[in-house]
Write a protein that binds this ligand. Structure first.
Ligand code: ADP
Ligand code: MG
Length: 621
Protein backbone atom coordinates (compact mmCIF):
# COMPACT_ATOMS: atom_id res chain seq x y z
CA UNK A 1 0.00 0.00 0.00
CA UNK A 2 1.42 3.42 -0.93
CA UNK A 3 1.55 6.56 1.13
CA UNK A 4 -1.72 8.28 1.84
CA UNK A 5 -1.82 12.08 1.93
CA UNK A 6 -4.05 13.68 4.52
CA UNK A 7 -4.77 17.31 5.43
CA UNK A 8 -4.09 18.75 8.83
CA UNK A 9 -7.11 19.90 10.77
CA UNK A 10 -7.53 23.66 10.14
CA UNK A 11 -6.37 24.61 13.65
CA UNK A 12 -3.19 22.57 13.26
CA UNK A 13 -2.47 24.14 9.89
CA UNK A 14 -2.88 27.59 11.43
CA UNK A 15 -0.61 26.65 14.32
CA UNK A 16 2.05 25.23 12.01
CA UNK A 17 1.93 28.37 9.95
CA UNK A 18 2.87 30.36 13.03
CA UNK A 19 5.51 27.88 14.14
CA UNK A 20 7.27 27.78 10.78
CA UNK A 21 7.09 31.50 9.99
CA UNK A 22 8.12 33.19 13.20
CA UNK A 23 11.56 33.85 14.61
CA UNK A 24 12.27 32.47 18.03
CA UNK A 25 14.96 33.07 20.58
CA UNK A 26 14.44 29.82 22.46
CA UNK A 27 14.25 27.27 19.68
CA UNK A 28 15.90 24.57 21.79
CA UNK A 29 12.66 23.89 23.67
CA UNK A 30 11.57 21.60 20.80
CA UNK A 31 13.87 18.99 22.31
CA UNK A 32 12.29 19.32 25.74
CA UNK A 33 8.86 18.76 24.14
CA UNK A 34 9.95 15.66 22.21
CA UNK A 35 11.65 14.20 25.29
CA UNK A 36 8.59 14.97 27.37
CA UNK A 37 6.42 13.04 24.89
CA UNK A 38 8.88 10.13 24.82
CA UNK A 39 8.83 10.02 28.59
CA UNK A 40 5.01 10.06 28.67
CA UNK A 41 5.01 7.20 26.12
CA UNK A 42 7.28 5.08 28.34
CA UNK A 43 5.15 5.87 31.42
CA UNK A 44 2.03 4.73 29.60
CA UNK A 45 3.59 1.47 28.50
CA UNK A 46 4.99 0.74 31.94
CA UNK A 47 1.53 1.16 33.41
CA UNK A 48 -0.22 -1.04 30.83
CA UNK A 49 2.45 -3.71 31.20
CA UNK A 50 1.53 -4.12 34.86
CA UNK A 51 -1.54 -6.04 33.83
CA UNK A 52 -0.23 -7.20 30.43
CA UNK A 53 3.48 -7.99 30.76
CA UNK A 54 3.60 -9.38 27.22
CA UNK A 55 3.48 -5.79 25.94
CA UNK A 56 7.11 -5.39 26.91
CA UNK A 57 8.05 -8.44 24.78
CA UNK A 58 11.73 -8.85 25.50
CA UNK A 59 12.51 -5.15 25.59
CA UNK A 60 11.69 -4.21 29.18
CA UNK A 61 14.30 -1.53 29.85
CA UNK A 62 12.56 1.65 28.93
CA UNK A 63 14.58 4.63 27.85
CA UNK A 64 15.10 7.52 25.46
CA UNK A 65 17.87 7.86 22.90
CA UNK A 66 18.90 10.88 20.91
CA UNK A 67 20.84 10.28 17.70
CA UNK A 68 22.84 12.94 15.93
CA UNK A 69 23.69 12.37 12.26
CA UNK A 70 25.90 15.31 11.42
CA UNK A 71 26.63 14.60 7.74
CA UNK A 72 22.97 13.84 7.06
CA UNK A 73 21.87 16.93 9.14
CA UNK A 74 19.41 14.75 11.01
CA UNK A 75 18.45 14.55 14.66
CA UNK A 76 16.31 11.70 16.02
CA UNK A 77 14.53 11.24 19.36
CA UNK A 78 13.76 7.57 19.96
CA UNK A 79 11.79 5.85 22.68
CA UNK A 80 10.65 2.26 23.25
CA UNK A 81 7.39 3.31 24.88
CA UNK A 82 3.76 2.73 23.94
CA UNK A 83 4.10 3.69 20.26
CA UNK A 84 1.38 4.72 17.81
CA UNK A 85 -0.52 2.85 15.12
CA UNK A 86 -1.98 4.44 12.00
CA UNK A 87 -5.06 5.83 13.72
CA UNK A 88 -3.05 7.19 16.63
CA UNK A 89 -0.69 8.97 14.24
CA UNK A 90 -3.52 10.54 12.29
CA UNK A 91 -5.37 11.48 15.44
CA UNK A 92 -2.49 12.68 17.63
CA UNK A 93 -0.32 14.35 15.01
CA UNK A 94 -2.99 15.70 12.69
CA UNK A 95 -5.68 17.10 14.92
CA UNK A 96 -5.91 18.83 18.26
CA UNK A 97 -8.63 17.52 20.50
CA UNK A 98 -7.86 19.86 23.36
CA UNK A 99 -9.40 23.22 23.94
CA UNK A 100 -5.96 24.83 24.01
CA UNK A 101 -5.26 25.70 20.40
CA UNK A 102 -7.27 28.85 20.09
CA UNK A 103 -5.88 30.06 23.40
CA UNK A 104 -2.39 29.22 22.23
CA UNK A 105 -2.69 31.02 18.93
CA UNK A 106 -3.99 34.09 20.76
CA UNK A 107 -1.23 33.86 23.34
CA UNK A 108 1.40 33.61 20.63
CA UNK A 109 -0.02 36.55 18.76
CA UNK A 110 -0.01 38.63 21.96
CA UNK A 111 3.57 37.77 23.03
CA UNK A 112 6.14 39.87 21.17
CA UNK A 113 8.51 38.41 20.22
CA UNK A 114 6.61 35.17 19.79
CA UNK A 115 7.33 32.99 22.81
CA UNK A 116 7.56 29.37 21.82
CA UNK A 117 8.10 28.49 25.45
CA UNK A 118 4.34 28.62 25.82
CA UNK A 119 3.73 25.75 23.45
CA UNK A 120 3.90 22.82 25.87
CA UNK A 121 1.35 24.49 28.12
CA UNK A 122 -1.29 24.15 25.46
CA UNK A 123 -0.82 20.47 24.66
CA UNK A 124 0.65 21.03 21.20
CA UNK A 125 4.36 20.60 21.98
CA UNK A 126 5.04 18.13 19.19
CA UNK A 127 4.57 20.79 16.53
CA UNK A 128 7.46 22.85 17.92
CA UNK A 129 9.71 20.43 15.97
CA UNK A 130 8.85 22.45 12.86
CA UNK A 131 10.76 25.43 14.26
CA UNK A 132 14.01 23.64 13.50
CA UNK A 133 13.07 21.06 10.87
CA UNK A 134 12.16 21.25 7.18
CA UNK A 135 10.70 17.80 7.41
CA UNK A 136 9.65 15.57 10.31
CA UNK A 137 9.32 11.82 10.01
CA UNK A 138 7.70 9.72 12.75
CA UNK A 139 8.16 5.95 12.59
CA UNK A 140 6.27 4.01 15.20
CA UNK A 141 5.02 0.62 16.25
CA UNK A 142 2.45 0.28 18.96
CA UNK A 143 3.12 -2.14 21.80
CA UNK A 144 1.29 -5.42 21.16
CA UNK A 145 0.95 -4.83 17.39
CA UNK A 146 3.11 -6.09 14.52
CA UNK A 147 2.65 -3.46 11.88
CA UNK A 148 4.80 -0.32 11.97
CA UNK A 149 3.69 3.03 10.51
CA UNK A 150 5.40 6.09 9.14
CA UNK A 151 4.05 9.63 9.36
CA UNK A 152 5.84 12.44 7.53
CA UNK A 153 5.27 16.13 6.94
CA UNK A 154 6.98 19.28 5.81
CA UNK A 155 4.72 21.35 8.01
CA UNK A 156 2.64 22.84 5.19
CA UNK A 157 -1.03 21.86 4.91
CA UNK A 158 -0.66 18.08 4.81
CA UNK A 159 1.10 14.93 6.01
CA UNK A 160 1.47 11.38 4.72
CA UNK A 161 1.03 8.01 6.42
CA UNK A 162 2.17 4.66 5.13
CA UNK A 163 3.09 1.20 6.36
CA UNK A 164 6.63 0.90 7.65
CA UNK A 165 6.94 -2.85 8.00
CA UNK A 166 9.03 -4.29 10.80
CA UNK A 167 10.28 -1.58 13.08
CA UNK A 168 11.16 -1.62 16.79
CA UNK A 169 8.43 -1.00 19.36
CA UNK A 170 7.99 2.63 20.26
CA UNK A 171 8.55 5.82 18.35
CA UNK A 172 11.36 7.37 16.38
CA UNK A 173 10.99 11.05 15.60
CA UNK A 174 13.47 12.16 13.00
CA UNK A 175 14.04 15.79 12.12
CA UNK A 176 15.64 16.94 8.89
CA UNK A 177 17.12 20.11 10.36
CA UNK A 178 16.70 23.41 8.52
CA UNK A 179 19.63 25.65 7.67
CA UNK A 180 19.27 27.80 10.79
CA UNK A 181 19.46 24.79 13.09
CA UNK A 182 23.13 23.76 12.77
CA UNK A 183 23.72 24.14 16.50
CA UNK A 184 21.55 21.07 17.18
CA UNK A 185 24.09 18.86 15.41
CA UNK A 186 26.64 19.56 18.16
CA UNK A 187 26.75 16.92 20.81
CA UNK A 188 27.79 19.36 23.55
CA UNK A 189 24.82 21.58 22.77
CA UNK A 190 22.38 18.65 22.92
CA UNK A 191 23.88 17.42 26.20
CA UNK A 192 23.43 20.84 27.72
CA UNK A 193 19.82 21.15 26.59
CA UNK A 194 18.96 17.75 28.04
CA UNK A 195 20.61 18.63 31.36
CA UNK A 196 18.89 21.98 31.54
CA UNK A 197 15.37 20.93 30.70
CA UNK A 198 15.12 17.20 31.16
CA UNK A 199 17.41 16.15 33.98
CA UNK A 200 14.43 15.21 36.15
CA UNK A 201 13.09 12.68 33.62
CA UNK A 202 13.13 9.41 35.52
CA UNK A 203 14.34 7.37 32.53
CA UNK A 204 17.83 7.15 31.11
CA UNK A 205 18.37 9.58 28.25
CA UNK A 206 21.37 8.76 26.09
CA UNK A 207 22.95 10.76 23.30
CA UNK A 208 24.61 8.94 20.40
CA UNK A 209 26.91 10.73 17.96
CA UNK A 210 29.76 9.52 15.78
CA UNK A 211 29.66 6.04 17.24
CA UNK A 212 29.82 7.08 20.92
CA UNK A 213 26.80 6.80 23.19
CA UNK A 214 26.48 8.29 26.67
CA UNK A 215 23.84 8.72 29.34
CA UNK A 216 23.36 12.42 30.08
CA UNK A 217 20.69 12.78 32.79
CA UNK A 218 20.53 11.58 36.36
CA UNK A 219 17.39 9.52 35.64
CA UNK A 220 16.05 9.50 39.20
CA UNK A 221 12.57 10.58 40.16
CA UNK A 222 13.12 14.03 41.63
CA UNK A 223 10.53 13.62 44.39
CA UNK A 224 12.32 10.52 45.69
CA UNK A 225 15.50 12.50 46.29
CA UNK A 226 16.23 14.16 49.65
CA UNK A 227 14.65 17.58 49.93
CA UNK A 228 17.92 19.38 50.53
CA UNK A 229 19.50 17.97 47.36
CA UNK A 230 17.05 19.55 44.99
CA UNK A 231 17.94 22.98 43.67
CA UNK A 232 15.43 25.69 42.85
CA UNK A 233 16.37 25.37 39.19
CA UNK A 234 15.61 21.62 39.26
CA UNK A 235 12.29 22.28 40.90
CA UNK A 236 11.48 24.80 38.26
CA UNK A 237 12.28 22.45 35.38
CA UNK A 238 10.32 19.64 36.93
CA UNK A 239 7.38 21.93 37.58
CA UNK A 240 7.48 23.00 33.94
CA UNK A 241 7.44 19.36 32.88
CA UNK A 242 4.66 18.05 35.14
CA UNK A 243 2.61 21.21 35.10
CA UNK A 244 2.94 22.13 31.43
CA UNK A 245 3.68 25.53 32.87
CA UNK A 246 6.35 28.13 32.29
CA UNK A 247 6.21 30.43 35.25
CA UNK A 248 8.12 29.92 38.48
CA UNK A 249 6.22 28.08 41.21
CA UNK A 250 4.80 30.41 43.86
CA UNK A 251 4.97 27.66 46.43
CA UNK A 252 6.74 24.28 46.51
CA UNK A 253 5.52 21.57 48.87
CA UNK A 254 7.71 18.50 49.14
CA UNK A 255 6.79 16.03 51.83
CA UNK A 256 7.48 12.41 52.55
CA UNK A 257 4.89 10.90 54.87
CA UNK A 258 5.82 7.80 56.82
CA UNK A 259 3.11 6.53 59.07
CA UNK A 260 0.15 4.25 58.65
CA UNK A 261 0.23 5.17 55.01
CA UNK A 262 3.36 6.10 53.13
CA UNK A 263 3.55 8.51 50.27
CA UNK A 264 5.57 11.36 48.88
CA UNK A 265 4.06 14.48 47.48
CA UNK A 266 5.80 17.12 45.44
CA UNK A 267 3.31 19.84 44.70
CA UNK A 268 3.56 23.30 43.22
CA UNK A 269 1.25 26.27 43.34
CA UNK A 270 1.76 28.26 40.12
CA UNK A 271 2.37 31.97 40.31
CA UNK A 272 0.25 32.58 37.25
CA UNK A 273 -3.24 31.49 36.41
CA UNK A 274 -3.26 28.51 34.00
CA UNK A 275 -5.39 29.27 30.95
CA UNK A 276 -7.77 26.37 31.59
CA UNK A 277 -8.38 27.10 35.27
CA UNK A 278 -12.06 27.72 34.70
CA UNK A 279 -12.75 24.92 32.23
CA UNK A 280 -16.12 23.42 33.11
CA UNK A 281 -14.68 19.96 33.85
CA UNK A 282 -12.76 21.42 36.86
CA UNK A 283 -10.22 18.59 36.69
CA UNK A 284 -7.06 18.75 38.77
CA UNK A 285 -3.73 17.91 37.13
CA UNK A 286 -1.76 16.19 39.88
CA UNK A 287 -0.21 12.93 38.68
CA UNK A 288 -0.52 9.75 40.70
CA UNK A 289 2.44 7.37 40.87
CA UNK A 290 2.68 4.08 42.71
CA UNK A 291 6.22 3.23 43.80
CA UNK A 292 7.72 5.44 41.07
CA UNK A 293 5.43 4.05 38.33
CA UNK A 294 3.13 6.55 36.70
CA UNK A 295 -0.52 5.50 37.06
CA UNK A 296 -2.72 8.37 35.98
CA UNK A 297 -3.22 12.09 35.89
CA UNK A 298 -6.99 11.70 36.21
CA UNK A 299 -7.36 10.31 39.70
CA UNK A 300 -10.43 12.29 40.61
CA UNK A 301 -10.45 11.60 44.33
CA UNK A 302 -6.87 12.67 44.91
CA UNK A 303 -7.27 16.44 44.89
CA UNK A 304 -10.50 18.38 45.40
CA UNK A 305 -11.65 20.63 42.56
CA UNK A 306 -11.13 23.73 44.69
CA UNK A 307 -7.38 23.00 44.72
CA UNK A 308 -7.22 22.22 41.00
CA UNK A 309 -4.53 24.85 40.43
CA UNK A 310 -1.99 22.51 42.10
CA UNK A 311 0.58 20.84 39.88
CA UNK A 312 2.94 17.98 40.70
CA UNK A 313 2.92 14.35 41.77
CA UNK A 314 1.79 12.09 44.55
CA UNK A 315 3.66 8.79 44.81
CA UNK A 316 2.08 6.14 47.02
CA UNK A 317 3.90 3.19 48.56
CA UNK A 318 0.70 1.40 49.61
CA UNK A 319 -1.60 1.30 46.61
CA UNK A 320 -1.54 -1.92 44.60
CA UNK A 321 0.18 -1.31 41.27
CA UNK A 322 -2.45 -3.10 39.27
CA UNK A 323 -5.34 -1.08 40.64
CA UNK A 324 -7.90 -0.14 38.03
CA UNK A 325 -8.18 3.58 37.46
CA UNK A 326 -11.94 3.42 37.81
CA UNK A 327 -11.87 2.23 41.42
CA UNK A 328 -9.19 4.66 42.52
CA UNK A 329 -11.55 7.41 43.56
CA UNK A 330 -13.28 5.28 46.15
CA UNK A 331 -10.06 3.72 47.42
CA UNK A 332 -9.58 4.40 51.16
CA UNK A 333 -5.84 4.99 50.74
CA UNK A 334 -6.48 7.59 48.08
CA UNK A 335 -8.99 9.24 50.37
CA UNK A 336 -6.53 9.31 53.25
CA UNK A 337 -3.85 10.84 51.05
CA UNK A 338 -6.34 13.41 49.85
CA UNK A 339 -7.24 14.47 53.37
CA UNK A 340 -3.62 14.77 54.39
CA UNK A 341 -2.79 16.63 51.18
CA UNK A 342 -5.56 19.19 51.69
CA UNK A 343 -4.48 19.85 55.28
CA UNK A 344 -0.84 20.19 54.29
CA UNK A 345 -1.54 22.50 51.37
CA UNK A 346 -3.80 24.70 53.48
CA UNK A 347 -1.23 25.00 56.23
CA UNK A 348 1.52 25.89 53.75
CA UNK A 349 -0.69 28.53 52.18
CA UNK A 350 -1.55 29.87 55.63
CA UNK A 351 2.13 30.14 56.44
CA UNK A 352 2.74 32.11 53.23
CA UNK A 353 -0.15 34.40 54.09
CA UNK A 354 1.49 35.20 57.44
CA UNK A 355 4.98 35.65 56.01
CA UNK A 356 4.34 37.83 53.04
CA UNK A 357 1.05 39.66 52.67
CA UNK A 358 1.92 41.17 49.32
CA UNK A 359 2.87 37.89 47.73
CA UNK A 360 -0.20 36.26 49.23
CA UNK A 361 -2.41 38.96 47.73
CA UNK A 362 -1.10 38.00 44.29
CA UNK A 363 -1.85 34.35 44.97
CA UNK A 364 -5.33 35.27 46.13
CA UNK A 365 -5.91 37.34 43.08
CA UNK A 366 -5.06 34.38 40.84
CA UNK A 367 -6.64 31.51 42.77
CA UNK A 368 -8.96 32.95 45.43
CA UNK A 369 -12.00 32.42 43.22
CA UNK A 370 -11.14 28.70 42.95
CA UNK A 371 -10.39 28.30 46.64
CA UNK A 372 -13.75 29.83 47.52
CA UNK A 373 -15.49 26.92 45.77
CA UNK A 374 -14.33 24.94 48.80
CA UNK A 375 -16.57 27.05 51.01
CA UNK A 376 -19.62 25.19 49.77
CA UNK A 377 -18.03 21.96 48.60
CA UNK A 378 -15.91 21.11 51.59
CA UNK A 379 -17.64 21.80 54.84
CA UNK A 380 -14.74 20.40 56.83
CA UNK A 381 -12.33 23.09 55.67
CA UNK A 382 -14.78 25.95 55.46
CA UNK A 383 -13.46 27.86 58.45
CA UNK A 384 -9.86 27.65 57.33
CA UNK A 385 -10.75 28.88 53.87
CA UNK A 386 -12.84 31.70 55.33
CA UNK A 387 -9.88 32.74 57.44
CA UNK A 388 -7.65 32.82 54.36
CA UNK A 389 -10.15 34.66 52.22
CA UNK A 390 -9.45 38.25 51.19
CA UNK A 391 -12.04 40.76 50.09
CA UNK A 392 -12.42 44.24 48.69
CA UNK A 393 -14.50 46.52 50.81
CA UNK A 394 -15.90 50.02 51.09
CA UNK A 395 -12.93 50.85 53.36
CA UNK A 396 -10.21 51.75 50.86
CA UNK A 397 -8.46 49.66 48.25
CA UNK A 398 -6.60 47.13 50.38
CA UNK A 399 -7.71 43.51 50.65
CA UNK A 400 -9.31 42.72 54.00
CA UNK A 401 -9.91 39.51 55.91
CA UNK A 402 -13.08 38.67 57.78
CA UNK A 403 -11.12 39.10 61.00
CA UNK A 404 -10.10 42.62 59.92
CA UNK A 405 -13.74 43.29 59.21
CA UNK A 406 -14.96 42.05 62.57
CA UNK A 407 -12.30 44.13 64.30
CA UNK A 408 -13.75 47.25 62.66
CA UNK A 409 -17.43 46.53 63.29
CA UNK A 410 -19.36 49.43 64.76
CA UNK A 411 -21.04 49.50 68.12
CA UNK A 412 -24.37 47.76 67.86
CA UNK A 413 -23.40 45.98 64.63
CA UNK A 414 -23.80 42.21 64.82
CA UNK A 415 -23.66 41.18 61.18
CA UNK A 416 -21.10 41.10 58.38
CA UNK A 417 -22.48 43.07 55.44
CA UNK A 418 -21.58 42.29 51.87
CA UNK A 419 -22.73 43.06 48.38
CA UNK A 420 -22.06 41.03 45.24
CA UNK A 421 -21.81 42.31 41.68
CA UNK A 422 -19.80 42.01 38.49
CA UNK A 423 -17.83 45.16 38.74
CA UNK A 424 -16.13 46.81 41.69
CA UNK A 425 -16.67 50.31 40.33
CA UNK A 426 -20.40 49.77 39.93
CA UNK A 427 -20.70 48.18 43.35
CA UNK A 428 -19.02 51.14 45.01
CA UNK A 429 -21.58 53.57 43.63
CA UNK A 430 -24.66 51.46 44.11
CA UNK A 431 -27.58 53.11 45.94
CA UNK A 432 -28.01 50.20 48.35
CA UNK A 433 -24.75 51.21 50.00
CA UNK A 434 -25.63 54.83 50.65
CA UNK A 435 -26.98 54.35 54.15
CA UNK A 436 -24.00 52.20 55.13
CA UNK A 437 -21.54 54.75 53.80
CA UNK A 438 -23.27 57.59 55.60
CA UNK A 439 -22.78 55.75 58.87
CA UNK A 440 -19.29 54.54 58.05
CA UNK A 441 -20.34 50.89 58.21
CA UNK A 442 -17.99 48.70 56.18
CA UNK A 443 -19.46 46.53 53.42
CA UNK A 444 -17.51 43.77 51.68
CA UNK A 445 -17.67 44.04 47.89
CA UNK A 446 -17.61 40.66 46.19
CA UNK A 447 -17.09 40.39 42.45
CA UNK A 448 -16.37 36.72 41.67
CA UNK A 449 -19.34 34.75 40.29
CA UNK A 450 -18.65 32.10 42.94
CA UNK A 451 -19.35 34.67 45.67
CA UNK A 452 -23.06 34.47 45.00
CA UNK A 453 -23.04 30.75 45.67
CA UNK A 454 -20.96 30.49 48.78
CA UNK A 455 -22.60 33.47 50.46
CA UNK A 456 -25.95 31.79 50.00
CA UNK A 457 -24.64 28.70 51.76
CA UNK A 458 -22.37 30.01 54.48
CA UNK A 459 -24.60 31.47 57.19
CA UNK A 460 -21.99 32.99 59.48
CA UNK A 461 -18.35 33.48 60.41
CA UNK A 462 -17.25 33.49 64.06
CA UNK A 463 -20.87 33.75 65.10
CA UNK A 464 -21.49 36.83 62.93
CA UNK A 465 -24.19 36.34 60.32
CA UNK A 466 -23.27 37.17 56.73
CA UNK A 467 -25.84 39.47 55.27
CA UNK A 468 -26.38 40.82 51.76
CA UNK A 469 -27.18 44.53 51.67
CA UNK A 470 -29.49 43.92 48.73
CA UNK A 471 -31.94 42.21 51.06
CA UNK A 472 -34.74 43.94 52.85
CA UNK A 473 -35.06 43.88 56.59
CA UNK A 474 -31.69 45.40 57.46
CA UNK A 475 -32.15 47.93 60.23
CA UNK A 476 -29.25 50.31 60.57
CA UNK A 477 -31.04 52.26 63.28
CA UNK A 478 -29.41 50.36 66.12
CA UNK A 479 -25.85 50.80 64.85
CA UNK A 480 -23.82 53.72 66.09
CA UNK A 481 -22.04 55.24 63.11
CA UNK A 482 -18.47 56.34 63.64
CA UNK A 483 -18.74 59.37 61.44
CA UNK A 484 -20.77 62.34 62.49
CA UNK A 485 -23.85 61.69 60.44
CA UNK A 486 -24.36 64.38 57.83
CA UNK A 487 -27.30 66.66 58.60
CA UNK A 488 -30.25 65.00 57.03
CA UNK A 489 -32.75 66.62 54.77
CA UNK A 490 -36.09 66.99 56.37
CA UNK A 491 -38.18 63.93 55.51
CA UNK A 492 -41.55 64.14 53.83
CA UNK A 493 -44.52 64.05 56.19
CA UNK A 494 -45.31 60.51 57.26
CA UNK A 495 -48.91 60.76 56.13
CA UNK A 496 -47.85 62.04 52.71
CA UNK A 497 -45.38 59.17 52.32
CA UNK A 498 -48.10 56.67 53.24
CA UNK A 499 -50.35 58.11 50.53
CA UNK A 500 -47.50 58.07 48.01
CA UNK A 501 -46.75 54.44 48.83
CA UNK A 502 -50.38 53.52 48.23
CA UNK A 503 -50.41 55.30 44.84
CA UNK A 504 -47.11 53.71 43.77
CA UNK A 505 -48.34 50.25 44.79
CA UNK A 506 -51.47 50.66 42.71
CA UNK A 507 -49.48 51.88 39.70
CA UNK A 508 -46.85 49.11 39.79
CA UNK A 509 -49.17 46.29 40.84
CA UNK A 510 -47.63 42.83 40.62
CA UNK A 511 -44.28 44.17 39.46
CA UNK A 512 -43.21 44.78 43.04
CA UNK A 513 -43.65 42.72 46.16
CA UNK A 514 -43.91 45.75 48.38
CA UNK A 515 -43.19 49.47 48.51
CA UNK A 516 -41.82 51.09 51.63
CA UNK A 517 -39.82 53.97 53.02
CA UNK A 518 -36.23 53.18 53.95
CA UNK A 519 -33.27 54.69 55.73
CA UNK A 520 -30.67 52.93 53.60
CA UNK A 521 -30.73 55.65 50.94
CA UNK A 522 -29.15 59.05 51.29
CA UNK A 523 -28.64 60.29 47.72
CA UNK A 524 -30.84 58.19 45.46
CA UNK A 525 -34.62 58.41 45.40
CA UNK A 526 -35.28 54.66 45.20
CA UNK A 527 -33.67 51.23 45.13
CA UNK A 528 -34.72 47.59 44.88
CA UNK A 529 -34.06 44.96 47.51
CA UNK A 530 -34.95 41.30 47.82
CA UNK A 531 -37.52 40.29 50.41
CA UNK A 532 -36.01 38.66 53.45
CA UNK A 533 -36.88 35.08 52.59
CA UNK A 534 -36.15 35.46 48.86
CA UNK A 535 -33.00 34.65 46.98
CA UNK A 536 -30.40 37.36 46.75
CA UNK A 537 -31.00 39.40 43.59
CA UNK A 538 -27.74 38.69 41.81
CA UNK A 539 -27.83 35.00 42.60
CA UNK A 540 -31.35 34.86 41.15
CA UNK A 541 -30.09 36.58 38.02
CA UNK A 542 -27.11 34.23 37.67
CA UNK A 543 -29.32 31.19 38.07
CA UNK A 544 -31.76 32.56 35.53
CA UNK A 545 -28.92 32.99 33.03
CA UNK A 546 -28.03 29.33 33.44
CA UNK A 547 -31.69 28.36 33.19
CA UNK A 548 -31.90 27.11 36.73
CA UNK A 549 -34.38 29.53 38.28
CA UNK A 550 -37.85 29.70 36.73
CA UNK A 551 -38.87 33.31 37.26
CA UNK A 552 -37.70 36.41 38.99
CA UNK A 553 -39.37 36.92 42.35
CA UNK A 554 -40.81 40.41 42.62
CA UNK A 555 -38.68 42.81 44.67
CA UNK A 556 -39.34 45.43 47.24
CA UNK A 557 -39.10 49.04 46.08
CA UNK A 558 -37.64 51.24 48.79
CA UNK A 559 -38.25 54.99 48.73
CA UNK A 560 -36.01 57.65 50.24
CA UNK A 561 -38.37 59.99 52.13
CA UNK A 562 -35.66 62.67 52.28
CA UNK A 563 -35.06 62.89 48.55
CA UNK A 564 -36.41 66.06 46.90
CA UNK A 565 -38.10 64.10 44.15
CA UNK A 566 -39.81 61.70 46.54
CA UNK A 567 -40.92 64.61 48.72
CA UNK A 568 -42.43 66.39 45.73
CA UNK A 569 -44.24 63.21 44.66
CA UNK A 570 -45.49 62.67 48.21
CA UNK A 571 -46.89 66.17 48.29
CA UNK A 572 -48.56 65.67 44.90
CA UNK A 573 -50.05 62.35 45.98
CA UNK A 574 -51.33 63.84 49.23
CA UNK A 575 -52.96 66.76 47.44
CA UNK A 576 -54.97 64.27 45.38
CA UNK A 577 -56.02 64.39 41.74
CA UNK A 578 -52.53 63.69 40.37
CA UNK A 579 -52.59 59.89 40.54
CA UNK A 580 -51.81 59.51 36.82
CA UNK A 581 -48.80 61.75 36.96
CA UNK A 582 -47.49 60.13 40.14
CA UNK A 583 -48.10 56.69 38.63
CA UNK A 584 -46.05 57.55 35.55
CA UNK A 585 -43.25 58.78 37.78
CA UNK A 586 -43.44 55.56 39.82
CA UNK A 587 -42.87 53.53 36.66
CA UNK A 588 -39.89 55.69 35.72
CA UNK A 589 -38.34 55.35 39.18
CA UNK A 590 -38.91 51.61 39.21
CA UNK A 591 -37.26 51.19 35.80
CA UNK A 592 -34.40 53.41 36.89
CA UNK A 593 -33.78 51.14 39.89
CA UNK A 594 -33.81 48.13 37.58
CA UNK A 595 -31.26 49.74 35.27
CA UNK A 596 -28.93 50.27 38.21
CA UNK A 597 -29.31 46.56 38.94
CA UNK A 598 -28.16 45.83 35.40
CA UNK A 599 -31.56 44.49 34.37
CA UNK A 600 -33.06 47.05 32.02
CA UNK A 601 -36.59 48.53 32.07
CA UNK A 602 -39.59 46.18 32.15
CA UNK A 603 -40.92 47.62 28.90
CA UNK A 604 -38.21 49.63 27.11
CA UNK A 605 -40.67 51.33 24.71
CA UNK A 606 -42.89 52.49 27.56
CA UNK A 607 -39.83 53.65 29.49
CA UNK A 608 -38.62 55.76 26.59
CA UNK A 609 -42.10 57.25 26.07
CA UNK A 610 -42.39 58.21 29.75
CA UNK A 611 -38.91 59.65 29.82
CA UNK A 612 -39.56 61.75 26.73
CA UNK A 613 -42.84 63.03 28.11
CA UNK A 614 -41.12 64.02 31.34
CA UNK A 615 -38.36 65.78 29.40
CA UNK A 616 -40.85 67.57 27.17
CA UNK A 617 -42.83 68.78 30.19
CA UNK A 618 -39.68 69.97 31.85
CA UNK A 619 -38.42 71.81 28.77
CA UNK A 620 -41.81 73.42 28.11
CA UNK A 621 -42.03 74.77 31.67
P1 ADP B 1 0.74 16.63 24.56
O1 ADP B 1 2.05 15.95 24.85
O2 ADP B 1 0.50 17.77 25.48
O3 ADP B 1 -0.43 15.70 24.50
P2 ADP B 1 1.96 16.98 21.99
O4 ADP B 1 1.67 17.88 20.83
O5 ADP B 1 3.32 17.10 22.56
O6 ADP B 1 0.87 17.27 23.09
O7 ADP B 1 1.72 15.48 21.57
C1 ADP B 1 0.49 15.10 20.99
C2 ADP B 1 0.19 13.62 21.19
O8 ADP B 1 0.97 12.83 20.31
C3 ADP B 1 0.50 13.09 22.57
O9 ADP B 1 -0.55 13.32 23.47
C4 ADP B 1 0.69 11.59 22.28
O10 ADP B 1 -0.58 10.94 22.25
C5 ADP B 1 1.24 11.58 20.90
N1 ADP B 1 2.71 11.41 20.93
C6 ADP B 1 3.63 12.35 20.70
N2 ADP B 1 4.87 11.85 20.82
C7 ADP B 1 4.73 10.54 21.11
C8 ADP B 1 5.64 9.45 21.37
N3 ADP B 1 6.96 9.62 21.35
N4 ADP B 1 5.10 8.23 21.62
C9 ADP B 1 3.77 8.03 21.66
N5 ADP B 1 2.87 9.01 21.44
C10 ADP B 1 3.34 10.25 21.17
MG1 MG C 1 3.83 16.90 24.70
Amino acid sequence: MGAETLSFQAEVARLLNIVTHSLYTNKEIFLRELISNASDACDKLRYLALTEPALLDGDATLGIRIEIDKPGRRLAVIDNGIGMNRDDLVQNLGTIAKSGTAAFVEGMAAAKPADMNLIGQFGVGFYSAFMVADRVEVTSRKAGENQGWRWASEGAGSFTVEEAGEVPRGTRIELQLNKEADEFLERARIDRIVKTYSDHIALPITVAAEGAEEKVNSAAAIWARPKADITEQQHREFYHHVGHAFDAPWLTIHQKAEGTIEYTMLLYVPSEKPFDLFDPDRKHKVKLYVRRVFVTDHCEGLVPAWLRFLRGVVDSEDLPLNISRETLQANPIVQKIRNALVRKVLSEIEAKAKQDAESFAKFWDAFGAVLKEGLYEDFEHRDRILKLARFRSTEGDALVTLDDYIGRMKEGQSEIYFMTGEDLGKLKTSPQLEGFKAKGIEVLLLTDPVDDFWTSMVPAYEGKALRSVTRGGIDLGGIKGAKAEPPKEEAAKEGDIATLIAVVKTALGEAVKDVRASDRLTESPVCLVAAEGDMDMRLARLLRQTGRAPEAAARILELNPRHALVKRLAALAAAGGAADQVGEAAHLLFDQARILEGEGPVDPAAFVRRLNEALARNLAA
